[in-house]
Write a protein that binds this ligand. Structure first.
Ligand code: CTP
Ligand code: MG
Length: 238
C-alpha cells in the first residue's frame, strides 16, 4: 500500500491581496508551501509528495523547496506546473503519480498548519477501507442560503439549514486513487465545477465519510488569516 500527497499550490491568492502567489508568501520567514510540504512529509503514511506549482513558477518552487528543506525532507517531492483552476491543478498533480500509488491525500498549500495527527487520521481511514475521507469541524456560524444578486442589492434569504448537521470541511482529503481519478475524469468530461475533491466523488455516488478536523487546519484566505497563522506558529515555538 502506497500513499502519496498532492498539494495544489498554483493559485494566485487574490483574496489575500496584492503580492506573490499565496503559496509562496512567507509565514514566520518560511513560504507557506514549505510548511504545507512538511506537514505531509512528517506523516509516516506519506511516501511521496507532488507539489502543483503556479503554471510559470515550477522552477522557483523547486528552488524554494531545496533552499528551505534538508535533502532528506524533499527527496520524494516532485514539482509539476498547475492549471487555471484548482480542479485542473489537482488533475495535473494526479497525472504525475507513479503506478504503484494506490491512495492519495489532496492537501491545499493554503492550509499550512494542519497537524500531523489530522493527516495520519485521514490516511488511516483510507487505509482501513474508506474510498473517500474528509476532515471536518462543526460550524460556529449559522449558515443562510440566499438568492444571489449581482447588482449589490440585499439578497433574499431562501433557507436556513439546521446547523447541527453542517460541517466545514478541510484538507487533506483522502481517496482511493482510482476513485478520485474517476471523479476528475468525469468532471473533465462534463465540465462542471466543484469546490472540493470530495464533492466530485459524491457525484459519482461513492460514499464520503468525515473524520474530526482540527482548528489549526484552517485555510489562509484573507489577510486576517495570516495574523492567526503567525500566532499559531508563535505558540508552537513557545
Ligand atoms: N489552487 C491551485 N490552482 C489554481 C487555484 C488554486 O492549485 N488554479 C490551490 C491554491 O494554491 C490553494 C488551494 O488551491 O492552495 C485552495 O485555493 P484557494 O484558497 O482559493 O487559493 P487561491 O485560489 O490561491 O486564492 P484566491 O481564491 O483568493 O485567489
Ligand atoms: Mg481560489
Amino acid at each position: 500500500h502506497r500513499t502519496a500527497a498532492v498539494i495544489p499550490a498554483a493559485g494566485r491568492g487574490l483574496r489575500l491581496g496584492p503580492g506573490a502567489p499565496k503559496a509562496l508568501r512567507a509565514l514566520s520567514g518560511t513560504p507557506m508551501l514549505v510548511h504545507a510540504v512538511r506537514a505531509m512529509t512528517r506523516s509516516r503514511s506519506v511516501s511521496l509528495v507532488v507539489v502543483v506549482a503556479p503554471p510559470d513558477g515550477a522552477d522557483e518552487v523547486r528552488r524554494l523547496l531545496d533552499e528551505h528543506t534538508a535533502p532528506s525532507e524533499t527527496s520524494d517531492v516532485l514539482v509539476v506546473p498547475g492549471g487555471e483552476t484548482r480542479q485542473d491543478s489537482v488533475r495535473l498533480g494526479l497525472a504525475a503519480l507513479p503506478d504503484d500509488v494506490d491512495s492519495v491525500l489532496v492537501h491545499d498549500a493554503a492550509r499550512p498548519l494542519v497537524p500531523v495527527e489530522t493527516v495520519d487520521a485521514v490516511a488511516a481511514a483510507v487505509r482501513e477501507g474508506a474510498p473517500a475521507v474528509v476532515p471536518a469541524l462543526p460550524v460556529a456560524d449559522t449558515v443562510k442560503e440566499v438568492r444571489v444578486r449581482d447588482d449589490g442589492g440585499p439578497e433574499p434569504v431562501t433557507g436556513t439549514p439546521e446547523r447541527s448537521r453542517l460541517r466545514a470541511v478541510q484538507t487533506p482529503q483522502g481517496f482511493e486513487l482510482k476513485v478520485l481519478a474517476a471523479a476528475h475524469a468525469q468532471v473533465a468530461r462534463e465540465g462542471d465545477g466543484a469546490t472540493d475533491d470530495a464533492g466530485m466523488v459524491e457525484r459519482l455516488g461513492v460514499e464520503v465519510v468525515v473524520v474530526p478536523g482540527h482548528d489549526e487546519a484552517f485555510k489562509v484566505t484573507r489577510p486576517l488569516d495570516l495574523v492567526l497563522a503567525e500566532a499559531v506558529l508563535a505558540r508552537r515555538r513557545a
